[in-house]
Design a binder for this molecule. Structure first.
Ligand SMILES: [Zn+2]
Length: 248
């Protein structure tokens, strides 16, 4: 591009501002992706589920240890029972008093075993809902895992799209900057560094559309008499003020 008309640099500057506004919005979008918020929420739910799962697993481990303990006790009782029975069957000439004692112990053992078996049953009943809850938790966590994969995937795609667009716009920007006299481009950059994303505003009637403040009539009158190539700035916000004559 060449400076074919006196207003051309200002038109390029207006285009540059539009481009920079778009770039600014792209950066904002990249930093505020809905996927990032979604990811955070899913991770929170995952964390809660994992904590609940750990709690259930600890209860389950505890229950299994108790089941094992009872099973071992039962096995011991059964063994003792058999031993006693064998002893009673094979023993000859044992005093009837001793036999009676052995018989009493057999009854005690049988009673104890019934109690242990009752306890075993109770523990099994206790384990059933726990198993169900753990299976439910597994299913929920697997669901969350899928949702997390999905949101990460969407997030990566969104970032890639934004980055590709940014790269394209940066290329467009270099072309536009080349069409603006260096001094004007530097002024623009300096103002943007001071006031933020928007360095160029338009004079609309008596108003600067950058800060929305009205300029004194005498100032607007002075501006109306300037040559197209003369630069004006807003007294209020300091932005470059593009006049209608510079945008024709
Ligand atoms: Zn202003």
């Amino acid at each position: 591009m060449t400076n074919e008309t006196p207003s051309q640099p200002f038109q390029a500057l207006a285009a540059l501002q539009r481009l920079d506004t778009e770039l600014h919005q792209l950066v904002h979008r990249r930093g505020n992706l809905p996927e990032a918020a979604e990811l955070q929420e899913l991770q929170r739910i995952q964390g809660d589920l994992q904590a609940a799962q750990a709690h259930l697993q600890a209860a389950n481990t505890d229950l299994m240890a108790r089941q094992e303990e009872v099973a071992t006790s039962i096995a011991r009782q059964v063994q003792r029972h058999h031993e006693l029975e064998r002893q009673m069957q094979t023993s000859t000439g044992v005093a009837s008093r001793d036999l009676a004692a052995m018989d009493a112990e057999l009854h005690r053992l049988a009673e104890h075993q019934r109690n242990l078996e009752d306890e075993e049953l109770l523990l099994l009943e206790e384990a059933e809902p726990l198993d169900e809850q753990l299976a439910e938790m597994d299913a929920k966590l697997s669901e969350i895992g899928t949702a997390l994969d999905d949101v990460r995937d969407r997030g990566r795609k969104a970032v890639a799209e934004i980055d590709a667009l940014r790269k394209e716009r940066e290329g467009d920007r270099a072309g536009l900057v080349a069409a603006i006299p260096p001094e004007l481009a530097q002024t623009y950059d300096r103002i943007r560094a001071k006031v933020g994303a928007v360095g160029v505003a338009r004079l609309q009637g008596h108003r600067c559309n950058g800060c929305s403040l009205e300029l004194p009539a005498v100032e607007v009158d002075r501006m109306s008499k300037l040559e197209v190539q003369d630069l004006s700035t807003c007294d209020h916000c300091g932005r470059i003020l593009l006049r209608p004559d510079q945008l024709r």
